[in-house]
Design a protein around this ligand. Structure first.
Ligand code: GAR
Length: 211
């Protein structure tokens, strides 16, 4: 059984999708054993508590740099014997210590079809604002492994979502969550825990079986 830590910074709807999938028995061979928030008081921590999952705070503002926070996170994750780290609305860029500690064992969900609308400065609602400002007709979500480059690691799953006339960033954000993020994130986590993912260069190979 792979022990999973979910790292969050805010509302935690993606965390909730993972908890719901776990309760339906859809996280095969994995168990969420920790939720770690970069902010005290994040609603995601309440979701964890309601689900009976231990919650921890590694607050960004208590560290001088992203590096110092990353080192504290790695120490906590190792202490908890975590095998898979999931960034679910985690709003800080982790430094290379995290990737060195968890090579191809960190998954991130991003609310766009990478390589569009990604990288430094593209997070949360901004991603949808930028997609609408560009005038694209299709956007979506991506789950990828985390490497040293922000949003640049090998892609595990993607799902497209139509942009509709009159969309606001908020409306689009919700549709991308409902139609893409909340579906592909639990699937990718389960595939990892089942040992069905392997990485060749930039390509993630998915072993055959039920998706
Ligand atoms: C989600 O849309 C997630 O994809 C995005 O922030 C939102 C968090 O919502 N993450 C990023 O933009 C990371 N680059 P949640 O807290 O309700 O899951």
């Amino acid at each position: 059984m792979t022990k999973i830590a979910v790292l969050v910074s805010g509302g935690g709807t993606n965390l909730q999708a993972l908890i719901d999938a776990q309760n339906r028995g859809e996280l095969k061979n994995g168990e969420i054993t920790a939720v770690i928030s970069s902010k005290a008081g994040a609603y995601a921590l309440e979701r964890a508590q309601k689900a009976g999952i231990p919650g921890y705070v590694v607050a960004r503002k208590e560290y001088d740099s992203n590096r110092a926070m990353t080192q504290a996170l790695v120490a906590r994750l190792k202490e908890l014997d975590i095998g898979l780290v999931v960034l679910a609305g985690f709003m800080h860029i982790l430094t290379e210590e995290m990737v060195a500690a968890y090579p191809n064992a960190i998954l991130n969900v991003h609310p766009a079809l990478i390589p569009s609308f990604c990288g430094a400065g593209y997070y949360g609602l901004h991603v949808h604002e930028k997609a609408l400002a560009y005038g694209v007709k299709v956007t979506g979500a991506t789950v990828h492994f985390v490497n040293e480059e922000p949003d640049g690691g090998p892609i595990v799953l993607q799902k497209a979502v139509d942009i509709l006339p009159g969309d606001t960033p908020e409306v689009l954000q919700r549709r991308v969550m409902e139609q893409a993020e909340w579906i592909i994130l639990p699937k990718a986590v389960s595939l990892f825990c089942e040992g069905r993912l392997s990485v060749e260069g930039r390509t993630v190979l998915i072993q055959e079986g039920e998706l």
